[in-house]
Design a protein around this ligand. Structure first.
Ligand code: ZN
Length: 200
């Protein structure tokens, strides 16, 4: 069987590691790169790939992505650092930031409790959050985990974990359909979810 040269086979292999990219699509991408992209394009492309690992790290305070020591939200003094919105993923944070309404700060759990996947509370990013709550740095903790079994379970666990501390714990109103992912919600739904939040 005639194969492509090794470098092209390697590139096909690389592309096929991406989600939703099968062998045929990977082959198409690799051939496109060879025939239609010049060297400058390819250098930009490979530098952009390398840079996400080299330059980006997780904000030690909130779990957001950043290229600085703290993320742009944590280092923004004009935001209310006593109001913390807890989300499952960075994608959720970005979705809420796009609405441009919330002026507090975030905490990204980097997941949700899932018994079927064997993910417990200690597998989530909560250390710095617990620290802030113990140090009384937070007045309101808004739980904005998804309206899924995992999201509800996580909210419940966090409530149980922090209820004895001096912090108001609220849960966003899920006008969001049950089982839905926050990152698919439109602006209006997110605004309503904030306005309708209730004490846990
Ligand atoms: Zn941060």
């Amino acid at each position: 069987m005639n194969k492509y040269p090794t470098s092209l086979e390697n590139l096909i292999e690389c592309f096929s590691k991406l989600p939703s990219v099968g062998k045929k699509t990977a082959e198409r991408y690799a051939l496109y790169a060879f025939f239609h992209m010049d060297e400058v394009d390819l250098i930009d492309f490979s530098n952009a790939l390398l840079s996400i690992k080299k330059d980006i790290h997780i904000c030690p305070s909130c779990g957001n992505m950043t290229e600085d020591s703290l993320c742009n939200i944590c280092s923004d003094a004009s935001r209310n650092h006593k109001q913390v919105l807890v989300v499952e993923t960075i994608k959720d944070l970005i979705t809420i930031e796009r609405v441009n309404e919330f002026r507090g700060i975030y905490h990204v759990l980097n997941g949700a409790i899932s018994f079927s996947k064997g993910i417990g509370i200690n597998d989530l990013n909560i250390e710095s959050l617990t620290e802030k709550i113990k140090n009384k740095e937070i007045e309101e903790l808004i739980l904005a985990t998804n309206a899924t079994i995992e999201g509800e379970t996580t909210a419940r666990y966090l409530y149980e974990l922090y209820r004895t501390y001096d912090v108001k714990i609220t849960r966003i109103a899920h006008g969001l359909p049950v089982g839905s992912d926050l990152s698919y919600a439109d602006e209006m739904t997110i605004l309503k979810a904030f306005e309708g939040r209730r004490e846990y």
